[in-house]
Structures are given as structure tokens and as C-alpha cells.
Design a protein around this ligand. Structure first.
Ligand code: TMP
Ligand code: ASP
Length: 252
């Protein structure tokens, strides 16, 4: 980064800088990768560039089907201009098949289809290891209102339908994914809007034929070829055809 800008927030995988005009921010995608609450860390060269593009791809398409979100436009390889939202401190997980913590909790084999899609809420608090929370906790502690919970659930199911179709069309099963939402304030009123990112860092993606993992579980579980798989996801979606050479050239 060449220009000096005010950093608003730094997370594990992204940095938010002050935007060029009020109500906007710049979202910078890092190569830093963490798992299990930062117990495991690595820098995966080029990851931020790929996630910036994949997230752009989905946010633009979601917007065209009426799911408004924080994305305004991509600025460069690693940055996008976004709307400034008041982030709701929850992670919304949608699951189509058992995997990860759901499989562990209930002893379900990974990949087993669920009778219907399941939505779960987790508190976004690393110090507490993002505990799962119920609607009772969410409303009692004022993390979100009942209306906001309803809105987040409805939006998450629509995102699930869209993403399942988009990935399915390119031979990828969407096992589960995580979304984050924020409030866009207009005078005294706010509405819930999709925020954060949609990328192989926040989804479980399995090749439909081989059931190979193509997402961050490759990093979490030391399966190797993390960037190669993220790049393959982008390639199948028809984006980043130039990616392999860009990575070799080094990215900053
Ligand atoms: P889990 O099975 O570990 O609960 O994860 C469910 C989904 O949410 C999976 O696609 C990974 C994603 N996820 C995140 O993006 N960030 C997180 O902090 C966690 C725990 C999961
Ligand atoms: N929980 C996140 C993940 O595994 C990252 C982290 O906890 O450091 O996706």
C-alpha cells in the first residue's frame, strides 16, 4: 500500500480503511490466514487477491437479484470500496450438509445431507471463541432485534439458494457457509444488509464428482494445495483467468 490512510479496524483476514467519502470504507484482503481462533496461522501468498475477486463476483450478482450488500466496487487487486455499516456482532452459518462443528456436535458423518437447511448464530467474539447463541441470547443482550433476526434468516436462505445454484452449475457442492450482516442507518431507521465477504475462507466447497475439499478446510486440516484449490474455484466461476501468472509475479 502506497498511500497513508486511516485504519478503522484490522481483523484476522481483512483491514478496513477510511473511505474516500463519508459512509464508505475500503476493505483490504490480506493473505493472512488463521484457523481455530488463530491457534494456526499462515500467510498464503495471493489468497487476498483471489478472495477479493470471488467476493466481488458474488456480491455483484446478489445485488442484481435484489440482495443488497455493502459492496460498491472493486478498487484494485486487494481492495474494494464498501458501504460503512454498523456490524451486527453475529456470524450466521447456513448448512446444507453436515460438516465441521455440526458433525462434531451431533456425531454426523461429514457430507450427510440435512433434512433441510439449518441456520445457526454465533457470537462474533474471538476472546470467547465465537460461542453459538440462540435467539433468546441475541435479543436479551441486544445484539439484534427479533425483526433483524428474521431479516438475517430470510436473506441467508436467499443467499443459500443463489450460491448453491451458482456453485452447483460449476460442479461444486455448497456444504455450508458463514455470513455477516450490518445495519445501514438512514435517519432514525436502519435496515439489515449483507456485509463481510463470500469466499472459500467462509464457505465449505466440495467438488461434486470427487468430493475433494476446495475451501479453507485444506488449510485447517493440512491437506495442502490451498491456493491451487481457491484458484480452481475462481476459474470454474469464470473469473481470474490470469491468476496463476499474477501469483508467480508476486502480489503486494
Ligand atoms: P463450523 O463447522 O466450524 O462451525 O463452520 C461452519 C462454516 O462457517 C464453515 O463454512 C466455515 C465458516 N466459518 C467461518 O467463516 N468463520 C469462523 O470463524 C467459523 C467458526 C466458521
Ligand atoms: N475461526 C476461523 C476459521 O476457522 C478463523 C479463526 O478462528 O482464526 O475459519
Amino acid at each position: 500500500m502506497s498511500t497513508r490512510r486511516k485504519k478503522i479496524y484490522e481483523g484476522k483476514g481483512k483491514i478496513l480503511f477510511e473511505g474516500p467519502e463519508p459512509g464508505t470504507l475500503i476493505q483490504y484482503f490480506k493473505d493472512d490466514t488463521t484457523a481455530f481462533n488463530s491457534e494456526k496461522k499462515a500467510v498464503l501468498e495471493g489468497k487476498g487477491v483471489i478472495n477479493n475477486r470471488i467476493s466481488e463476483y458474488f456480491m455483484i450478482r446478489l445485488n442484481t437479484i435484489g440482495i443488497q450488500n455493502h459492496f460498491i466496487r472493486r478498487l484494485n487487486l486487494r481492495e474494494q470500496l464498501i458501504r460503512e455499516l454498523e456490524i451486527i456482532p453475529l456470524q450466521v452459518v447456513v448448512r446444507n450438509a453436515a460438516a465441521g462443528s455440526l458433525s462434531n456436535r451431533f456425531g454426523l458423518p461429514e457430507g450427510q445431507a440435512l433434512p433441510r437447511s439449518i441456520i445457526e448464530f454465533y457470537l462474533k467474539d474471538d476472546k470467547l471463541s465465537n460461542p453459538m447463541v440462540t435467539e433468546e441470547h441475541i435479543t436479551a443482550f441486544n445484539w439484534a432485534t427479533t425483526q433483524e433476526i428474521d431479516d438475517m434468516m430470510a436473506l441467508s436462505l436467499r443467499v443459500n439458494d443463489f450460491l448453491s445454484g451458482a456453485f452447483g452449475a460449476v460442479g461444486i457442492n455448497l456444504i455450508d457457509f458463514k455470513l455477516e450482516f450490518g445495519r445501514l442507518w438512514e435517519n432514525d431507521f436502519s435496515r439489515v444488509m449483507l456485509a463481510d465477504e463470500i469466499s472459500p475462507d467462509s464457505c465449505r466447497l466440495w467438488d461434486s464428482q470427487t468430493l475433494e475439499k476446495m475451501d479453507k478446510d485444506r488449510f485447517r486440516r493440512d491437506l495442502g494445495d490451498v491456493i491451487e484449490n481457491y484458484t480452481e474455484v475462481a476459474r470454474r466461476l469464470g473469473i481470474m483467468k490470469e491468476m496463476p501468472t499474477v501469483i508467480q509475479g508476486g502480489l503486494h
